[in-house]
Design a protein around this ligand. Structure first.
Ligand code: PTJ
Length: 249
C-alpha cells in the first residue's frame, strides 16, 4: 500500500482508496468496486466528509431496529470487506448475529476470501459460502441467500449496494437498513432506514448506538423506530448537501 502521511489533508479519503485497491489486489474486492468507491467519494465530498445530523438520526433508528429484530442479518460484499471488515465483525459481536457474504459479481473464490478475512478479524459465524435459498425476483447472484441468515431475517443491513436487492428484500416483508452515500440511489429511496454516510464512519457509530441502547426498554426502542421518517430524513440529507455547497462560496 502507498504510505500516506497522517498529516495529508485528505488522509482518511486516501487511506480508504488504498484499502479498496488492496482489496482488489488480494482478490476479495471486485474491480467494479473501485468505481463504486469513486462514486462514494464524490458524494462524501458533497456531504462534507462528516456524519451529518440526518445520518445520525438514521443510525439511531437503525440501532433500535436491529435491537428489536428477532433475526437480524448483516450483509458483506467486496467493498464492505475492504473498508470495514473489523467494524462489521464488531457490530455482529454487539448484536450476537452472524455475518453473511453476499456478492453481485460473485465468484466462489471471492466469497471464500471474504469469509476467511472476516474469520481472521474474529467473526464468530460467517454465512454465505453455501447458500441454500434465493431471494425471489432477482436474476443474478445477489439473490443467493442462506436460511438462518439473510433469507429468514426480519431486518437486513445492506451496505453499499445497487437498489434491486433492496426492493426485493422489502417485497419479502423485511425491514432493510442501507448504508449508502448517495441519497438519490434506489437503495436509499427504497430502504426502510437509509444511512447516508461513509461506511467507515457509519458502522462504528451504529455499533456504539447498539451497545448504548442494548439494555434500553423495548418501548423506548419501539418509539425510536416509530418516530423515524425515512423520507423526511432523506430530504433533510439533501438539504444538508445544498447548505454545505452554498457555504463553500
Ligand atoms: O462485491 P460485490 O461483487 O458485491 O460488488 C460490490 C459493489 C459495490 C461493486 C456493487 O454493490 C455495486 O456495483 O454497487 P453500486 O451500484 O456501485 O452502488 C454502491 C453504492 O454505494 C453507490 O451509491 C455509492 O455511492 C455507495 N458507496 C460507495 N462507497 C461508499 C458508499 N457508501 C458508503 N460508504 C462508502 N465508502
Amino acid at each position: 500500500m502507498t504510505d500516506i502521511p497522517v498529516s495529508h489533508p485528505r488522509y482518511a479519503s486516501l487511506v480508504a482508496r488504498e484499502r479498496v485497491a488492496e482489496g482488489v489486489r488480494r482478490g476479495y474486492t471486485s474491480t467494479q468496486g473501485l468505481i463504486a468507491q469513486g462514486r462514494g467519494e464524490c458524494f462524501d465530498y458533497l456531504i462534507g466528509e462528516k456524519t451529518t445530523p440526518a445520518a445520525l438520526q438514521a443510525i439511531r433508528a437503525a440501532a433500535a431496529m436491529l435491537l428489536l429484530a428477532e433475526r437480524p442479518a448483516l450483509s458483506v460484499n467486496g467493498n464492505v470487506a475492504a473498508l470495514a471488515a473489523e467494524e462489521m465483525v464488531d457490530l455482529a459481536a454487539a448484536l450476537k448475529v452472524p455475518l453473511e457474504v453476499n456478492l453481485f459479481h460473485r465468484s466462489e473464490e471471492r466469497v471464500a476470501k471474504i469469509a476467511d478475512l472476516l474469520r481472521e478479524k474474529g467473526a464468530a459465524q460467517v454465512l454465505g459460502e453455501r447458500p441454500d435459498a434465493s431471494v425471489p425476483g432477482l436474476d443474478h447472484a445477489r439473490a443467493l441467500a442462506t436460511r438462518g441468515g439473510i433469507y429468514d431475517a426480519d431486518v437486513v443491513l445492506i451496505p453499499l449496494e445497487d437498489g434491486d436487492r433492496c426492493e426485493a428484500l422489502v417485497a419479502m416483508g423485511k425491514k432493510v437498513i442501507a448504508i449508502d452515500l448517495n441519497p438519490l440511489s434506489r437503495t436509499a429511496r427504497k430502504a426502510t432506514v437509509s444511512i447516508v454516510d461513509n461506511i467507515v464512519r457509519a458502522v462504528p457509530l451504529l455499533t456504539e448506538q447498539v451497545r448504548k441502547h442494548s439494555v434500553a426498554p423495548r418501548a423506548e426502542l419501539e418509539a425510536m423506530v416509530r418516530d423515524y421518517d425515512n423520507e423526511k430524513v432523506l430530504r433533510g440529507g439533501v438539504r444538508e448537501i445544498k447548505e454545505h455547497l452554498e457555504g463553500q462560496f
